[in-house]
Design a protein around this ligand. Structure first.
Ligand SMILES: CC(=O)N[C@H]1[C@@H](OP(=O)(O)OP(=O)(O)OC[C@H]2O[C@@H](n3ccc(=O)[nH]c3=O)[C@H](O)[C@@H]2O)O[C@H](CO)[C@@H](O)[C@@H]1O
Ligand SMILES: C=C(OP(=O)(O)O)C(=O)O
Length: 418
């Protein structure tokens, strides 16, 4: 298992290009098998989740091939099963999108219970409620979610909680249902919109993605298309935070600045210079950030996926900062690790009280999940001395070449393969 050695206290300077969005890629790739002809997906991040999905589709009979950097050709013609391979499906969260996809395609789906980051209880009751409203019978048996329908029919579905996964899964299933589906209290994240755009490019009729109410008029068939994945706003936000943490001066390219408004606003409040162009943001910091409060919320609120990297930055802010994690109840596992580096943080239920210290010092630490890993990278970049990050596999699930990109900005990082 790889580890990273970060020799910290080096300001990041220069330009870095953001890859395609993980959470969009993991929805669009399975969606491609809804079509009756091949698709080419471009701007895909080269990360473990994408490679696992490629293997899942291949195991199910599709032709899924990487055709150059960031590009995957998917021919669904050979897909011959409604059962997902358990071992592969459990290696990621978003394998559950095959539930909506296979139900729409075959009227049956057997999808292994998904894995993904251990950041709290991750129920799927809203996915199930939505699929049942469309006319599926759903049961949980032997580690599989099994769904069956005589024919999906459009319905109005009110989500009790704003859920990215449930919104996308229902959209996938409803795209070829008979009649109109309305998802009320839908998630508005950029990856929800990107998935709807992909489905529409294949011939679906989805309106309102990016608002609270998504309307899907079912169509008889979908055809393959070419699609460019939107930039990853979480990777972009991580680089923005890393630039601020190292008193750096970084232009982050290939982004959609409006997707980053909550992060830009928060960094600006903390005294960090943030400016934006059409497809880039520029982050410049000359000194210690001011303390602040952060509350994680569904989009367009501050994203939970950036809470962990942000907490690393706040550990050296001037004064006491308060973070409230409203989405996942166990998303503070990185805090014990950052405390080994000298941070002063107290957790009370969903609130982290962070007393900013003058500096962090490098230590051996372990990533417990993807964004915990990103937080430790940010901490390591600003710490005095060497930080050794173990369990880098979690980081590789969601960041393409994080070490190489940071090295290109002047960081001193070594990857050790054990
Ligand atoms: C692959 C992917 O896109 N992952 C993202 C997705 O995860 P994921 O789609 O799993 O997260 P959701 O948006 O569904 O979860 C949001 C909240 O709703 C709750 N909930 C969710 C579903 C459900 O059926 N019942 C229920 O109660 C969850 O416990 C959580 O508190 O959105 C999260 C919130 O932005 C991000 O942290 C993840 O990076
Ligand atoms: C929690 C995350 O991912 P997943 O839902 O794939 O586990 C994440 O991207 O931060």
């Amino acid at each position: 298992m790889d580890k990273l050695l970060i020799y910290g206290s080096k300001p990041l300077k220069g330009e870095v290009c953001v890859s395609g969005c993980k959470n969009s890629a993991v929805a669009v790739i399975p969606a491609a098998i809804l079509a009756d002809s091949p698709s080419t997906i471009e701007n895909l991040p080269y990360i473990d989740d994408v490679l696992v999905l490629k293997d899942i589709l291949t195991a199910m009979g599709a032709k899924a091939e990487l055709t150059g950097h960031g590009s995957m050709y998917i021919d669904p013609a050979g897909v011959n099963t409604f059962v997902t391979p358990m071992e592969l499906a459990r290696r990621m969260r978003a394998s559950y999108y095959l539930l909506g996809v296979l139900l729409a395609k075959f009227g049956r789906a057997e999808v292994a219970f998904p894995g993904g980051c251990d950041i709290g209880v991750r129920p799927i009751d809203q996915h199930i409620k939505g699929l049942e409203a469309l006319g599926a019978k759903v049961s949980i048996e032997h580690g599989f979610i099994k769904a069956y329908t005589e024919g999906l029919k459009g319905a109005e579905i009110y989500l009790d909680v704003v859920s990215v996964g449930a919104t996308i899964n229902i959209m996938l299933a409803a795209s070829m249902a008979d009649g109109v589906t309305e998802i009320v209290n839908a998630a508005k994240e950029p990856h929800v919109v990107d998935t709807a755009n992909f489905l529409n490019a294949m011939g679906a009729n989805i309106k309102g993605a990016g608002t609270d109410v998504v309307k899907i008029k079912g169509v008889k068939a979908l055809r393959g298309c070419r699609h460019n994945i939107v930039p990853d706003q979480i990777e972009a936000g991580t680089f923005m935070i890393a630039a601020a943490a190292t008193y750096g001066d970084v232009v982050i390219k290939n982004v959609i600045p409006v997707h980053l408004e909550s992060v830009s606003a928060k960094l600006s409040e903390m005294g960090i210079e943030v400016s934006a162009g059409d497809d880039f943001v520029h982050v410049k910091s000359n000194g210690r950030p001011k303390h602040t409060t952060v509350k994680t919320l569904p989009y367009p609120g501050f994203p939970t996926d950036l809470q962990q990297p942000m907490s690393a930055l706040l550990s050296v802010a001037d004064g006491t900062s308060i973070i409230t994690e409203n989405i996942w109840e166990s998303r503070y596992k990185h805090i014990e690790e950052i405390k080994r580096m000298g941070a002063k943080i107290k957790i009370e239920d969903r609130v982290a009280i962070i007393d900013g210290v003058d500096k962090l010092t490098g230590a051996p630490v372990t990533a417990t999940d993807l964004r915990a890993g990103a937080a430790l990278v940010v901490a390591g970049l600003m710490a005095e001395g060497v930080t050794e990050i173990n369990n880098v596999k979690y980081i590789d699930r969601g960041y393409e070449n994080i070490d190489k990109k940071l090295i290109s900005l002047g960081a001193d990082i070594k990857r050790i393969s054990i």
